[in-house]
Design a protein around this ligand. Structure first.
Ligand SMILES: *Cc1c(COP(=O)(O)O)cnc(C)c1O
Length: 396
């Protein structure tokens, strides 16, 4: 038996790697520098970014914003979510997917996940619907599209708005159609850990012109210069009118320029991520202590995360011990995610543990392994080697 690094042996890797990392090349740097000589905000790069996202997703309209969280907020506002409403989402997501309901004075309701795909389970969604339900925020967890056909038919039946949180799934297709052109509203994030980045940034896509007008208003204070949208239009050339309460959720032109430049590499990024996922799956599929995330056949996935799920009852260690041992091998995983309603803020709002058993079981056994474009084959081999070493050491 090889000695474990955590017990004092040589770690598998000399230099540490994390679970995710952005990739910036000279063309990205040049694009940002060029943009800095032009408009800094409200300039032509914004429209260019929106056009590029429409071209990729097939969506009719796109509104670029300052973050994925801002995208979720104005999407929930455009959906008409307000006090007294309920919004169904998954607990296995970043908190922003649920916080957007709270921003609007509504109540997040957590549906459980499917035990094998880890995406929100339509059966559980059905059980959560009440007369107060207004919208569903469905998250394409790890990049795999949710069961959009089934969830859309639930929405049609109950007159709900579907918001797809596609922060993980930029570039994913569902039954051949790109994510972004399918749900009523789709939100993206361009945080550096996501597949393509703008530094910070986000976007909302929709095919509905009415929702589009609302998104534009909410992005920028609720103020419009469009006379046809004004309650009191005047001829004064300086006049603009605040029609609604919005925010400053604008993105800058140099961030948009970075995103446009990154999108030119999206195919390459996606292919590399897929290849790494295939290597991990092949290496781990015969190991009974590891559960491989079930693939959703309708989803042609651009993967954001690779989940290592351990069968705790087949191992002599806790998830925490396995996590620490991987760190000691200089591989630094992360856990995605603490069930949202386990956060102390949600606890204070009255949510209790036990609400979503599949999500809680998943959380206790899982961690995310390194997955990003610039990982080399040697890096991937190191990760596989380290995981296998720990499994051999800890298996019952
Ligand atoms: C990253 C992320 C967000 C938030 O995006 P930001 O750009 O960081 O605000 C929302 N939902 C999910 C699922 C995410 O992964």
């Amino acid at each position: 038996m090889e000695k474990l690094a955590i017990l004092g042996g040589e770690p598998v890797r000399k230099t540490p790697i994390g679970y995710g990392r952005h990739y910036i090349d000279d063309s990205d740097i040049q694009a940002v520098c060029d943009a800095l000589r032009g408009e800094l905000t409200c300039g032509p790069k914004i429209a260019e970014m929106e056009k590029a996202i429409c071209a990729l997703t097939g969506a009719k309209y796109c509104v670029a914003v300052s973050s994925g969280t801002a995208a979720l907020h104005i999407a929930a506002m455009a959906a008409g979510v307000g006090p007294g409403d309920e919004v169904i989402t998954t607990p296995i997501t970043f908190a922003a997917s649920a916080n957007c309901a709270l921003y609007c004075g509504a109540k997040p309701v957590f549906a459980d996940i499917h035990p094998d795909t880890y995406n929100i389970d339509p059966k559980s969604i059905r059980r959560c619907i009440t007369p107060k339900t207004k919208a569903i925020v469905a998250v394409d967890f790890t990049g795999q599209a949710v069961q959009l056909d089934e969830i859309r038919s639930i929405c049609e039946k109950h007159h709900l708005i579907l918001i797809e949180d596609a922060a993980h799934s930029f570039g994913t297709r569902y039954k051949g159609t790109p994510v972004g052109g399918i749900a009523d509203l789709t939100t993206f994030s361009f945080h550096p850990v996501k597949t393509v980045t703008a530094g910070e940034g986000g976007a909302v896509t929709t095919n509905d012109p009415v929702l589009y007008e609302k998104l534009l208003l909410y992005r920028s204070h609720g103020i419009t210069r469009d006379r046809s949208l004004m309650i009191h239009p005047t001829d004064d050339p300086w006049y603009n009118e605040q029609r609604d309460l919005g925010y400053n959720y604008r993105i800058t032109d140099f961030q948009a320029a970075l995103l446009i430049s990154q999108m030119k590499k999206l195919e390459r990024f996606a292919a590399r991520r897929r290849a790494i996922v295939a290597k991990y799956n092949e290496a781990f599929s015969q190991i009974p202590q590891i559960q491989i995330q079930k693939e959703i056949p309708e989803s042609d996935t651009t993967r954001h995360l690779y989940i290592l799920r351990l069968h705790g009852n087949l191992l002599n260690c806790t998830r925490r011990e396995f996590f620490d041992a991987l760190c000691a091998e200089n591989i630094r995983p992360q856990v995605h995610y603490l069930p949202v309603y386990w956060h102390s803020y949600y606890e204070r709002l009255g949510y209790q543990k036990g609400l979503c058993p599949n999500a809680e079981a998943y959380y206790k056994e899982s961690m995310s392994l390194p997955l990003y474009y610039s990982l080399t084959d040697e890096d991937v081999e190191d990760v596989i080697h380290a995981v296998k070493k720990l499994i051999a050491y800890y298996k019952k």
